[in-house]
Design a protein around this ligand. Structure first.
Ligand SMILES: [Zn+2]
Ligand SMILES: [Zn+2]
Length: 299
């Protein structure tokens, strides 16, 4: 696995003039899936990865029990778990297909010993919302047919504790249903995850990239890491302004507005193969990188 380590520069060890304590249990962020909209198998997509959104948060080298989204990237966690059951919490940012596709295809959670608490932005009955795409005739089984102890919860914006982490959930503009961005903290470090984000729907902002609105800035504020939507180039965006996403420059500027240390650009468009993404990579500042499936970031 490649490894990207924020916090290795001397300047990174300071936060508002206070020396951060770097001892103790470290948080690991696992990028299980970084593709947006649709899985992209094929040789042209091998280096950045073709699995859709799924990020695992763990600590002390343990297998993650807190997942953000449940796209096909969750299959990478299934491979790690092997025959062990998954017992943990899944926070869905929203319910679009690319963020839920692995729910019925994740063997560690489809067994008697499994326990899954699945949370999604509140918008009516949570089970009924999942049964739309996951029941006959669109799919052979419904969520309640999965084995193990599954529970389905509607989450309001606010602050929570899940699996030993402090979680802040805030509404962000996207399209087609309510969408949350999340901030995850362990008392020492913070990371923000905004996988699908349409900041231009709140106005062009000071530089035309989209609004630096209250929720986005609060999620990213002084975080060690921001993982953010970067679906389009400016040229593509001109014809897709209402498709729910943003240009790759926006998260870099949001980080500058929010005091975020490092940015990982994710939710790669299915039309962007490795060669295309390599060209974007050459234009990024030192504080930013493209998300690569299989990466583990230690905070
Ligand atoms: Zn998406
Ligand atoms: Zn979406």
């Amino acid at each position: 696995m490649t490894r990207y380590r924020p916090g290795t520069d001397k300047a990174d060890r300071y936060d508002a003039g206070v020396v951060r304590q770097r001892g103790g249990v470290r948080v690991q962020v696992h990028l299980f899936g970084v593709r947006g909209s649709l899985p992209t198998p094929g040789a042209a997509f091998l280096r950045y990865g073709g699995n859709t959104s799924c990020v695992g948060i763990g600590a002390g080298g343990a297998t993650p029990r807190l997942l953000l989204d449940f796209g096909t990237g969750a299959r990478n966690l299934a491979a790690q778990l092997d025959t062990a059951p998954f017992r943990g919490t899944v926070l869905l940012g929203h319910l679009h297909w690319d963020h839920i596709l692995a729910i019925p295809f994740f063997p560690p959670a489809d067994r008697a010993e499994a326990r899954v608490m699945l949370y999604m932005p509140a918008q009516g009955d949570p089970l009924a919302a999942l049964e739309g795409p996951m029941s006959p005739p669109t799919f052979p089984i419904s969520p309640t047919a999965l084995r193990g102890d599954w529970s389905f919860h509607a989450l309001e914006a606010g602050e929570y504790d899940f699996e030993g982490f402090h979680v802040t959930a805030l509404d962000v503009p996207h399209s087609g249903g309510r969408t949350f961005g999340y901030r995850i903290e362990d008392g020492r470090t913070a990371m923000a995850y905004i996988s699908d984000h349409s900041p231009t729907s709140l106005g062009p902002g000071p530089d035309g990239l989209g609004a630096y609105h209250e929720s986005a800035v609060a999620l990213a504020a002084n975080a060690d890491l921001l993982i953010h939507d970067s679906q389009y180039t400016p040229e593509e965006f001109a014809a897709r302004t209402d498709w729910g996403h943003c240009v790759w420059e926006y998260p870099i500027a949001l980080a500058a507005h929010s005091g975020t240390r490092r940015v990982l650009l994710t939710h790669h468009d299915p039309g962007h193969d490795d060669a295309f993404l390599d060209k974007i990579a050459t234009r990024l500042p030192r504080s930013a990188a493209l998300a690569v499936e299989g990466t583990v970031i230690e905070l």
